[in-house]
Design a protein around this ligand. Sequence first.
Ligand code: S3P
Length: 451
Amino acid sequence: MSHNNAPAPLTTSSGSPLTGTIRVPGDKSISHRSLMFGALAVGRTTVTGLLESEDVLATADAMRAVGATIEKHDDGRFTVDGIGLGSLLEPESVIDFGNAGTGVRLTMGIFGSHNIAATFVGDASLSKRPMGRVLNPLRDMGTSVIARDGDRLPASIRGAELAMPITYRVPMPSAQVKSAVLLAGLNAPGETTVIEPIATRDHTEKMLKGFGAQISLSLNDDGERVIKLQGQPELKPQDIDVPGDPSSAGFPLVAALIVPGSDVTIENVLLNEHRTGLITTLIEMGGDIEIVNKRETGGEEVGDLRVKSSSLKGITVPADRAPSMIDEYPVLAIAAAFAEGDTFMPGLEELRVKESDRLAAVARGLEANGIPCTETEDTLTVTGGANAIGGGTVTTHLDHRIAMAFLVLGMAAHKPVTVDDGAVIATSFPTFTTLFEDLGASLSDNASEAA
Ligand code: S3P
């Protein structure tokens, strides 16, 4: 969360159709990276459409702590005056990343090859999440680490004086791990190689190339992605226009499909092939989703999504699609609750280590609302129908996507749905409430109920 904000229950109920044209905030992955890479470049990077959420603002503070100047201007643009790779200053105090897994893991990678000491802390959710997946390759590169048992936060690191470039095979499908190793490799002399058996989002590779790094991609004989980065480039500042976050777009997308009579257009959504698994899946389920006005900006494909309420049917979601929709399973489970028959979702082991144990949190939330589901170690099956009951209160476990997914359920269920803490939404989608109200959704918090 939102470790600064008091828990604030939020309730949604069904009502009028959702209609209108909206834009969701900027992509979280690209926003974090814009600030980080801008800080490592020499000169001024400008960023328009930056996601101004708690997670991203924590990354801005971390980059300021090592010497970057980051400012917001009257026209909404951000500028990042970078200090340059190899020139990071030692932070004067502890770096608090709040809820932000991407922020802390990628920053550990950057700091890990700079000869500075830093201590990282996070909220109760982030402090439970595994950091060893990033700290282990950093240890191989020469970073010293002192972390809580099981490599959890709080953790202190001292970056290597001269980092050793490594070849690292990423053991789980994780863009954060891939990115942390590449970012550490930026300040290591020589070539760092990351082998990625299962493709994950490629924003780090694409954006580093844009900033002037020498980075190449090939496939080995086993079809695995091999990414090679030449260390110690001079990164050149960029002008970045951050497209709308497809993960945030997932909420109005599913809401419009399940609230009868809806017709919603979501403009300027990032359509990177490693991020569009939810759209593909919803179309397979019978969703009326039209992708229009496809175009390219800043090396990424974007487009507008027109979505109308639809009769959905349950399907099996291929396990190998999981990396391209890893953050979207909570809201997919809500779509599945309204689909005829079973939706089977295999390959979900990574959901256990997200902002919450998302597999368990989704299953408990569905059960609390009378929706049949079966959870195994790495699969979820949801039995849907047009009659999702609702009426439950869902525990969000400091997880923004659990909160938003179940608020979408309440927009179409028979009875209202309450989440125990709507404040957590500020992690990634601060405009969620106003945007849904503009579309015609009915949301209420305690204060308005009491008034
Ligand atoms: C992200 C990678 C994913 C995703 C997260 C953002 C990124 O995490 O869940 O929200 O920006 O690299 P993993 O790499 O741990 O799967």
